[in-house]
Unconditional design. Structure first.
Length: 391
């Protein structure tokens, strides 16, 4: 049985631990750690779980931490995931808890996420006798490189999970608001490397060389036709070449050019079409431009698809707890490796407003500072979702 007034019980518990969660967040923010290097952050998480009396194991997926809260009655296993890694960005904010490591920063709010899930852990540990089932707490490394979820899954983090719940702070939404997307909410993200091998020569005598720069330029232009001419208009897709590397000076045709790019799609057929088309274009350059092409194409993560079996009860729980329904939003072509968990069990990712009044913040920005009130509010929403799902 849940408390007679779960809304009040959860709100009071979240408010009581709110100041400590802000302290933890700032501690983590001062010392940001990149993908698979989150040893200090994982140590903070493990120490806090130990203080709360929550069984846990470390070193899951290299630097991940998994805790488990057993309910008072048998039931399903609900996984709740937070990511922990920072970005290779030099912080430019003037806050007194700014990053102390040059070139590294929590510019995506993973410090907020880690503190929020620690707060959820504290609330649910108090309410454990009233829930039916198990809450698995997943503190994940390496989301920014889209490899941490797969590493944790390989170490058994998803074994026996019946449902999964994720969340992300959104500075484009005011603090105190929540949001959701039905179906595919984030894109599959794939990457390609293309090496265009030509024949170097003098700029005055291009006929005696094979110019890989011109060939690479043709590929870049043709790649944009994959979206406009080969993928259904109602199936969003983005092909971006993010790096072009070749040549050394004005008057030398180089030997090779190296391209790096990403492909983002929301639908499986668009994903297949884009991969096949880009490989075909690279092969075609060999015939038309006399170059040799070597393409390496890597599928990173699938689309993140929200499942109504988790989405609906979470929306109902958040509405009960916060007094207002989350707002429906649009999908994003960003990617998120929580999709790996969602591919193995019904899942939903909740959007948590973190925009501070008077600020126009963006994720992955050197000045980014979310409104820290989103931590306690996130604890309330996620805790209520868990207890309602496992009631």
């Amino acid at each position: 049985m849940l408390p007679n007034d779960p809304e009040r019980a959860i709100r009071d518990a979240a408010a009581a631990i709110g100041p400590r969660l802000v302290e933890l967040r700032r501690d983590i923010h001062r010392v940001p750690e990149l993908a698979f290097q989150e040893t200090r952050t994982a140590g903070i998480v493990a120490a806090e779980l130990a203080r709360l009396g929550i069984p846990h194991r470390t070193g899951v997926g290299v630097t991940g931490v998994v805790g488990e809260i057993k309910g008072g009655r048998p039931g399903p296993t609900l996984a709740i995931r937070a990511d922990m890694d920072a970005l290779p960005i030099h912080e430019e904010s003037a806050v007194d808890f700014a990053s102390t490591i040059d070139g590294q920063m929590h510019a995506c709010g993973h410090d907020i996420h880690t503190a929020t899930l620690l707060g959820v852990a504290a609330v649910l540990q108090q309410m454990a006798p009233q829930i039916a089932g198990t809450v698995r707490l997943l503190f994940q490394p390496a989301e920014e490189v889209l490899e941490g979820a797969a590493a944790m899954i390989a170490d058994g983090a998803a074994d026996g999970v019946d449902m999964a719940l994720g969340f992300h702070n959104h500075p484009d939404m005011p603090v105190g608001t929540f949001g959701y997307v039905r179906g595919a909410c984030l894109a599959a993200s794939d990457r390609f490397d293309l090496v265009v091998q030509g024949k170097s020569g003098h700029a005055a005598h291009p006929y005696a060389a094979v110019d890989p720069i011109v060939a690479a330029a043709h590929f870049i232009a043709q790649a944009q036709t994959v979206v406009s001419r080969e993928i259904r208009p109602l199936h969003p897709a983005v092909v971006t070449v993010g790096m072009v590397q070749g040549g050394t000076t004005y008057n030398i045709i180089p030997e090779r050019v190296h391209l790096k790019g990403t492909v983002r799609t929301l639908h499986a057929d668009a994903r297949d079409t884009a991969e096949a088309a880009l490989k075909r274009l690279a092969t075609g350059l060999e015939t038309t431009m006399r170059v040799r092409c070597e393409m390496t194409y890597a599928r990173k993560v699938p689309p993140l698809v929200n499942d109504d079996r988790v989405l609906e009860p979470v929306l109902a729980a958040v509405t009960l707890q916060m007094g207002a329904a989350p707002e429906e939003g649009e999908p994003s072509m960003g990617a998120e490796d929580f999709a790996e968990f969602a591919a193995r069990a019904p899942a939903f990712q909740l959007r948590i407003g973190s925009g501070a009044p008077g600020r126009d913040d963006r994720l992955h920005n050197a000045f980014y500072q979310p409104d820290e009130r989103c931590i306690a509010l996130g604890v309330e929403a996620l805790s209520r979702a868990a207890v309602e799902i496992l009631s």
